[in-house]
Design a protein around this ligand. Structure first.
Ligand SMILES: Nc1ncnc2c1ncn2[C@@H]1O[C@H](COP(=O)(O)OP(=O)(O)OP(=O)(O)O)[C@@H](O)[C@H]1O
Length: 685
């Protein structure tokens, strides 16, 4: 049996309800369960009674030393008190609030480990958690205790029990994946032991060893997938060597409404070189907000067209897909390119038509959301995919194309500055290009941090910009009142208020809860300047390009991270007019204040990214939002960067050795690659 395919419902006590909650936590198989690692630990090693400090949280092992009693106050409130004695014979009282049922368990002589606040004057402990000591059973208190993310009916205790059960019953089925010589070389404990220790640590040292081993394993398997995929890719399916003449490139440049910056020209050359070669391109283009990356994406797609193939541009939202589609059509159709749009909200009939064009090769450049990755999409001859780092476009997604018979070049676009070494470990042998120059004539964006009492003054300023023919974004954190959080502005109310404020101008409302067609309509009217003020949540954060907009006003700016504020500010200052960013905020933390100051002080995304790291730590910076960066279960890309490098090098030498594919020592890994669909199973394999 394989744990990766065995559902958690095989465990006693897991019925439909719990199965659902576990599913919400991302646990559906036994493997998910045993690799559901704690996110932190609490040191609850028991202390001797004489060392307890007044007012602090303590853990002690005690024996119940007399009858426990319950006092009720009103119908619900109760206090349970039991006399107890510590192992070094100090007499104390253990106090439970509102848990009258514990009384029945507190039989004299019963041993229990309690954790809670110690009051030296009353000689009592207010119990926060307790664990009865059962002879011969592992207890979770009195040691380092794992803390898990839990939900509803899946309590920490239940989760620990489920994990304990599956490790006990199915532990033997956990395959060892790391080859012996590597385990020896890096002194890694074996997998089963590591999994036991990570959930039920004995000491901080054994816990450390377990973490080290599991982080290595996670990074090693990640690298293995990445590199094996490339290896197979190169050997079995070379990329397209695009045929592109200098004249065609010159013609492209001439069609542009502007002259490319030096940086754009340099990166364009790098892309052309890559695409001419047979080795599939794997390039990351990094450039700050508004630096002009889009035209490079269009160039790559155009090169595919010139060679008789297709280019796909994959973007994170429908708003962006629409925007890129319009811009691509405007630029490329005069060059004879047929552009197509594919997004989830299209009507069946329209979708069918687009799919047919894609399959027949009538559409040359296809722009879309993840809808492009769906099964029904068949390309005629796809030779380049352009995507961004927000998009999860890893081995799995490439496999989708490979199974369809394509080995496209890949170009990633990113406005998030990822340090080069880190980028290499994440994306493998990735080439990096920098667009480190803004288009000429850009005026710096003036940034102001104001407190809410200056709101009216700011709105008057916004109105003066509108009077000059410009447009404005007004962004706030929430969509509607039902989400009400004290003191936080919601878009629906703000919209109503601003309609009055900006009488004579059109105000529009945009947020994630609108239907796709509504969003599209609002956005189109804003682009066409039928709407002058767009009240929005952060759905407009990435990539939106309306160069006539000169004001970005953000309500409750303290609720956004630096990277997000920088992206929002990047929506203005994209044209010839001077622009302003107004951050309205009354931060209640020092870090919040620091963020506002940093935004005022610099407009450089790299500097802000570093500041963000410093203020929030790597976990959050590389966290949820940058979803293109893989989220690891246990490894931390910044803290454990060294382990990632070692894993990367070891995988490289494994894969390069011919023995890798044949020796039994590696068979588990090869099996793993098949399970992960990196190696395709073929008849006769
Ligand atoms: N060389 C140039 N000269 C003048 N304008 C340019 C140049 N390159 C791009 N632009 C214009 O600058 C604006 C921003 O460019 P683009 O949308 O490509 O930025 P981006 O790098 O994708 O930014 P973001 O990361 O914010 O999406 C667009 O209106 C684009 O037409």
């Amino acid at each position: 049996m394989t744990l990766g395919t065995t559902p958690v419902s095989v465990l006693p006590g897991v019925g439909p309800q719990r199965l659902r909650t576990l599913g919400l936590l991302g646990i559906s198989t036994l493997l998910d369960l045993i690799t559901y690692y704690p996110f932190r630990y609490e040191d609850r090693n028991a202390q001797p009674g004489r060392e307890l400090v007044h007012g602090s949280r303590v853990t002690v092992r005690v024996t119940v030393d007399g009858a426990a009693g319950v006092k009720y106050r009103g119908r619900r409130a109760s206090t349970t008190i039991a006399p107890v004695v510590t192992e070094d014979y100090r007499r104390l009282h253990a106090v439970w609030f509102n848990q009258p049922y514990v009384k029945d368990q507190l039989k004299p002589g019963r041993k229990v480990t309690i954790t809670g606040k110690y009051d030296a004057n009353r000689r009592s402990i207010t119990v926060a958690t307790h664990d009865f000591v059962v002879a011969g059973e592992t207890v979770h208190s009195d040691r380092i205790v794992p803390v898990y993310n839990v939900k509803a009916d899946i309590t920490p205790k239940l989760l620990r029990n489920l994990i304990a059960q599956s490790v006990k019953t199915y532990g033997g089925e956990i395959p060892e994946l790391i080859p012996l010589q590597l385990r020896q070389k890096y002194r890694l404990i074996d997998r089963l032991e590591a999994i036991r220790e990570i959930h039920f640590p004995h000491t901080s040292d054994t816990l450390h060893q377990a973490r080290r081993r599991l982080i290595f394993e996670e990074f090693f398997l990640f690298q293995l997938k990445l590199q094996a995929f490339r290896w197979v890719h190169r050997h079995e399916q070379p990329g397209v060597a695009h045929d592109v003449t200098e004249e065609a490139l010159a013609q492209f440049a001439e069609t542009l409404p502007f002259a490319m910056t030096g940086a754009q020209r340099r990166v364009a050359q790098e892309i052309v070189q890559d695409m001419r070669g047979k080795t599939p391109m794997n390039r990351l283009v990094q450039g700050d907000v508004g630096s002009g990356k889009t035209v490079l994406a269009f160039l790559a797609a155009y090169i595919a067209f010139l060679s008789g193939h297709q280019g796909a541009i994959l973007v994170p939202t429908e708003i962006l897909a629409e925007q890129h589609f319009r811009a691509a059509a405007e630029l490329l159709e005069p060059l004879g390119v047929k552009c197509a749009l594919l997004v989830g909200s299209q009507k069946d009939k329209e979708r069918k038509e687009v799919l047919a064009e894609i399959e027949a090769g009538a559409a040359n450049v296809i722009i879309g959301t993840h809808a492009l990755l769906e099964e029904g999409v068949r390309f005629h001859s796809l030779s380049v995919v352009i995507t961004d780092e927000q998009h999860r476009f890893g081995v799995e997604q490439r496999s989708i194309f490979r199974q369809k018979g394509h080995a496209p070049d890949v170009l990633f676009m990113s406005a998030t500055p990822i340090p080069r070494t880190l980028a290499m470990s994440i994306f493998g042998d990735l080439d990096v290009s920098l667009v480190d120059e803004l288009p000429a004539g850009r005026k710096p964006i003036q940034t102001f941090w104001i407190t809410p009492d200056k709101e009216e003054r700011s709105l008057r300023f916004v109105r003066s910009e509108l009077a000059k023919g410009r447009q404005a974004y007004v962004v706030c954190p929430l969509v509607e009142e039902s989400e009400k959080i004290e003191g936080v502005v919601n878009a629906t109310d703000l919209y109503e208020m601003l309609k009055d404020w900006f009488a004579g101008f059109q105000v529009g409302l945009m947020h994630g809860k609108l239907r796709p067609t509504e969003k599209e309509d609002v956005m189109r009217r804003f682009v066409d300047n039928e709407i002058q003020v767009l009240v929005s949540t952060t759905v407009i954060e990435v990539g939106v390009n309306v160069p006539n907009t000169t004001v970005m006003m953000v309500y409750n700016a303290e609720r956004f991270g630096l990277a997000q504020l920088h992206q929002l500010r990047g929506r203005v200052g994209r044209g010839e007019h001077a622009s302003t960013c107004i951050l309205m905020s009354k931060p209640d933390t020092e870090a919040g204040e620091e963020r506002m100051k940093a935004m005022v002080a610099t407009q450089n995304g790299f500097v802000l990214a570093e500041k963000d790291l410093e203020l929030r730590g790597p976990g959050e910076f590389f966290g949820v939002r940058q979803s293109g960066i893989p989220d690891f279960k246990i490894g931390d890309l910044l803290h454990d960067a060294k382990i990632m490098q070692v894993a990367r090098d070891e995988v490289q030498s494994c894969i390069r050795s011919p023995e890798f594919w044949t020796l039994p020592n590696y068979s588990q890994l090869v099996e793993y690659l098949k399970q992960e669909k990196v190696l395709l199973e073929r008849a006769g394999d």
